[in-house]
Structure formats: structure tokens, C-alpha cells
Design a protein. Sequence first.
Length: 99
Amino acid sequence: MGAHLRRGWGYRANIATRAVAGSLGAYLVAACVAAAAARTLPLPRLDAIVPATMLAFVVAPGVTIWAFLAPGPVRALVGVLGAAALLAGIAWFAGMPAA
């Protein structure tokens, strides 16, 4: 019996959870990084958007890689959601950037 036949629903759920955390979670974290960076960078509003977005493009693949390297699927999901919550909190507390 081949190894591919012995993989059951647990393995598939593991990969599916990591895929969700690595794709949708990476998008969520990248959006929160962009919002937090744009609001905390000491630049005018329009000038802060470009470096904040560029930083988000660097963070998103890192989140995806981490989701598949995490010790377990639950830890991957909790880590991604925790990072997004922390960054959303930073963006919320920073408020709107100065004009």
C-alpha cells in the first residue's frame, strides 16, 4: 500500500488549514502591516503609503512561508491571526496620519 493511500482527513485538514492561513492570512497581515506602517511612518499621508505598501509586499510571502513551517496547523492559524490583531491594534491606536 502506497504512502499516498494512508493519508487521511487529518493530513488534508492540516494542509487546508495551513493553506488558508498562508493565503487569506497573509493578505490580512499584509493589509494590517500597510495600515500600521502608513499611520506610524513620520511622513506626509500620501508619501507614507508607498513604503508601507512595499513593506506589505515583503511581509506577505514571509507569512505564507511561516504558515507552512509552523509546528502545527492550529499554531499557524493562531500565529497569523495574532499578528494581524496586533498590527490592527497598532494601526487603530495610531489613528489617522497627520496631513
